[in-house]
Design a binder for this molecule. Structure first.
Ligand SMILES: NC(=O)c1ccc[n+]([C@@H]2O[C@H](COP(=O)([O-])OP(=O)(O)OC[C@H]3O[C@@H](n4cnc5c(N)ncnc54)[C@H](O)[C@@H]3O)[C@@H](O)[C@H]2O)c1
Length: 441
């Protein structure tokens, strides 16, 4: 299939539900990069190269020079939050970036004021802001969001929009029949069904407006059959869930390595302390459960104990997150990994990652915004599994197991870019450098 990718001319509006630590760090960073006072470290779109063709051709362009992405200077920001603080005030409160760096982009950040949020305390108990929409039904709320989207696009003279969910993690919910079909879901919106969460309403509004939607939190959001179907019908890209940062990033780097060397793993105990607002929200057991499910799925899928019961059949995997205000956004995580080698001899690995949550998340938001816009211009509607690289709990077609191994995810992402640009896939076979390969009949 030939991809006709529409041009990236004109402004790209990045709309963000949730202008908290991650979103403000992302926006401040992009504004600083535009001014030439910061580097987009951690962003593949801006700083990574991609190999094209054979190694002997020596073609390694930057990704941003290979695929037609929006230019950072063409990006404008908007968003919603339950608190009224503008992005400068919210960034100061989040205490991720230093004051002098925020002050360098103060005017740009102050100009971004949150629109009134769709919010329901049933889904996030630990917040109490009052910058909230009031309407008779959830359908009316969705309609108001669509109006917000329309007027943002017009006011800012955008040619395209994308939406990236950076709002708090909602409480854990199970699948139910309201999520099954577009008809059920829309009936639920009209009937104000309590099982429809705010994030689903944002996702619905975005998809209906033709705006690609990526979900940075572990809530189901667009990972329900009704919204998957709607995204297909409307040919709108969707992706999720839960930005892959911190401890899970480490886990999906280390676990594939141990697995690759056929080393056994008996136990993996992960604990975290963090003190930002995200930590406060996750202090509620219902909200923690959503995160826990997202974090736990990773090892099972990488190690496949069903295929390798001798090595991973007894794996005990535990994840703990504790709210600890003094650490703020500077999360600390500890992993104790009990592994075993030749003849069953035990060994241990300890990882103590002193990371900064939002510093790791911000470049993910940038890449997702740019790649989701690219997917939309390339006519790729529905689930964007090739963006699994960025997620803890990648959304896939219902009958597919997600790929968690970060190296396979990277190959998938790079091959997708080669594919849509009409370049050869890279298999890493490499035998052709040493012998004549006979074409198979
Ligand atoms: N920081 C990371 O590394 C990381 C990694 C993976 C996932 N996440 C997820 O990203 C999200 C944002 O993280 P954060 O650290 O910025 O949290 P945060 O608490 O600083 O920001 C979230 C913001 O969302 C707002 N909000 C809550 N519900 C809303 C709604 N319905 N509509 C609009 N705004 C709403 C809150 O008022 C808050 O300002 C969380 O769900 C978190 O779990 C973060």
């Amino acid at each position: 299939m030939e991809y006709q990718i529409k041009s990236a001319e004109g402004k790209l509006g990045v709309l963000i539900p949730g202008l908290g630590a991650v979103a403000t760090t992302f926006i401040a960073g992009v504004e600083a990069i535009k001014k030439g006072i910061a580097q987009p470290v951690g962003s593949l779109t801006q700083m990574s190269n991609i190999r094209l063709g054979k190694r002997t051709e020596n073609r390694y362009p930057l990704i941003k020079d290979f695929v037609p992405l929006a230019n950072l200077n063409d990006i404008v920001f908007g968003g919603w939050d339950v608190y009224e603080d503008n992005v400068y005030e919210a960034a100061v409160n989040a205490q991720v970036l230093e004051r002098h760096q925020l002050d360098a982009v103060k005017a740009e950040l102050e100009a971004i004021k949150p629109m009134k949020a769709v919010f329901d305390r049933e889904f996030v108990k630990n917040l109490d802001g009052n910058n909230i929409k009031k309407a008779k039904t959830k359908y009316d709320l969705a309609f108001e969001l669509m109006e917000d989207i329309r007027s943002f696009k017009e006011k800012n003279n955008c040619s395209r929009l994308v939406m990236v969910w950076c709002a708090s993690t909602e409480k854990y919910i199970d699948h139910c029949e309201v999520y099954d079909t577009i008809d059920n879901f829309e009936a639920g919106l009209h009937n104000d069904d309590p099982r429809i969460s705010p994030s689903m309403i944002y996702a619905y509004a975005a998809i209906k407006m033709g705006v690609p939607f990526a979900n940075g939190a572990p809530n189901l959001t667009c990972d329900i059959p009704a919204l998957v179907e709607l995204a297909k019908v409307m040919e709108v890209p969707i992706a999720g869930k839960d930005f892959k940062t911190g401890q899970t990033l480490m886990k999906t780097i280390v676990a594939p390595g141990l697995h690759a060397r056929a080393l056994g793993i008996k136990g993996w105990f992960s604990s975290n302390i963090l003190g930002n607002r995200d930590g406060l929200v996750l202090d509620d057991p219902d909200n923690f459960k959503t995160k826990e499910v997202s974090k736990l799925s990773v090892l099972e899928e990488i190690l496949r104990p069903d295929l390798n019961p001798e090595l991973y059949g007894e794996l005990y995997h535990k994840v703990r997150i504790n709210y600890y205000p003094p650490h703020g956004d500077n999360k600390e995580s500890w992993d104790n990994i009990d592994i075993f080698g030749w003849m069953g001899y035990p060994m241990q690995i300890k990882i103590n990652f002193l990371c900064r949550d939002s510093i790791l998340a911000a470049p993910i938001v940038l890449d997702l915004a740019l790649f989701m816009d690219l997917a939309s211009r390339a006519g790729m509607g529905g689930i964007q599994e090739w963006l699994s690289f960025y997620f803890k709990s990648p959304q896939t077609a219902p009958d597919l197991k997600p790929e968690h191994d970060i190296f396979k995810q990277l190959i998938k992402l790079q091959n997708t870019l080669r594919h849509i640009m009409g370049e050869d896939m890279i298999t890493h076979l490499g035998l052709d450098y040493y012998q004549e390969l006979v074409e198979s009949l």
